[in-house]
Design a binder for this molecule. Structure first.
Ligand code: SN0
Length: 315
């Protein structure tokens, strides 16, 4: 496996889930795979779970790990081509990426959507530069359009907690003071479409996700209606795709609270974290017995380890 961005990169999803269960049961039994191998985790944006869980996954596999917070600890990088570099950016991405590739066997990259240019974000320009120029397999640790390690962990979590064969899963938009990327909801939809679940997406008008993700997916604009009979509520805020990068609403009627959760089939509450309390979700729901956000975060080690294991097996 040379890259990890979509569920298709893992092939058969039920096989990947079986493998994930094996990794979870025996996390330390694949250490021979990573011996004398190095993972470089490059962060262009903040991280808590991704940084720690991906590092832990690589360590469980016997790897060495280098972590770089590239904006804070390295040279400022120029990403445009053909520019006269007489400004404040001493190094070009075109040299930095192949150089990073010299020091490791696998690269993880976190780089959020910039919201300056829809086409550029949706072309995954930066991630593709790493794929093209590093000479190493590349894992998206949330790139412009997707967060596959999160969605894989979400799927593992739903498999573990579901009480019926085909659970009703609801992705709900929720209010937030800032414009957040579509990466998490895009990947969530992309992975749920591959799984045996009944998926509904609910959000205010204007928050439709990109058509390439939403094809064949049911949208319910009435959040209460969407919640009826749900087995899982997955909350997330995102900025508009059509009015690209804009916050069109901060309507707290969309906040997930106890009244709304009472409409569901005793649904479990999920969120990728970090979560803004009493914007996205009420304290009561987040601290209540049906919140599985911490178990979900724990599965980030499992998803990352399954992915890195797959890559190590092909090196
Ligand atoms: C990121 C996002 O894509 O929504 C990462 C989630 C895994 N979240 C944030 O940037 C939250 C920042 C905030 O101000 O709450």
């Amino acid at each position: 496996m040379r890259r990890f961005l979509t569920p298709g990169d893992l092939g058969d999803i039920s096989k990947a889930l079986q493998e994930a269960a094996e990794v979870k049961k025996n996390p330390l039994s694949f250490q021979h795979l990573g011996k004398n191998r190095t993972a470089a985790l490059i962060f262009f944006n903040s991280s808590l779970r991704t940084r720690l869980s991906t590092q832990k996954a690589a360590l469980n596999l016997g790897m060495n790990v280098i972590v770089l917070d590239i904006n804070k600890e390295s040279w400022k990088l120029e990403t445009e081509y053909g520019v006269v570099m007489d400004g404040d950016k001493p190094e070009h991405i075109r040299e930095a990426v192949p150089v990073i590739g010299q020091y490791c066997d696998i690269i993880g990259v976190r780089s959020f959507a910039k919201f300056e240019n829809k086409e550029e974000d949706y072309s995954e320009r930066l991630l593709n530069q790493f794929i093209e120029y590093s000479g190493r397999p590349v894992i998206s640790m949330e790139s412009a359009t997707r967060h596959p390690l999160q969605a894989f962990a979400d799927l593992i979590t739903i498999e573990e907690h579901k009480k019926v064969k085909r659970p009703k899963v609801v992705l709900t938009w929720a209010p937030h003071p800032r414009a957040l990327p579509q990466a998490v909801p895009n990947s969530f939809v992309e992975w749920m479409k591959m799984a045996d679940v009944d998926l509904t997406v609910t959000h205010p008008k204007g928050y439709e996700l990109a058509p390439e993700f939403m094809e064949g997916v049911q949208i319910e604009y009435d959040q209460d209606k969407a919640f009826e009979g749900a087995d899982f509520i997955y909350a997330k805020s995102w900025a508009s795709f059509s009015d690209y990068g804009k916050v069109l609403s901060t309507d707290r009627n969309w906040t997930v609270d106890e009244r709304k959760m009472a409409l569901t089939n005793n649904a479990k509450f999920m969120h990728c974290l970090p979560v803004r309390r009493n914007m996205i979700v009420s304290d009561g729901v987040l601290d209540g017995p049906d919140s599985i956000v911490v178990q979900e975060a724990a599965n980030r080690v499992v998803s990352a380890q399954t992915v890195i294991k797959r890559i190590l097996e092909t090196l």
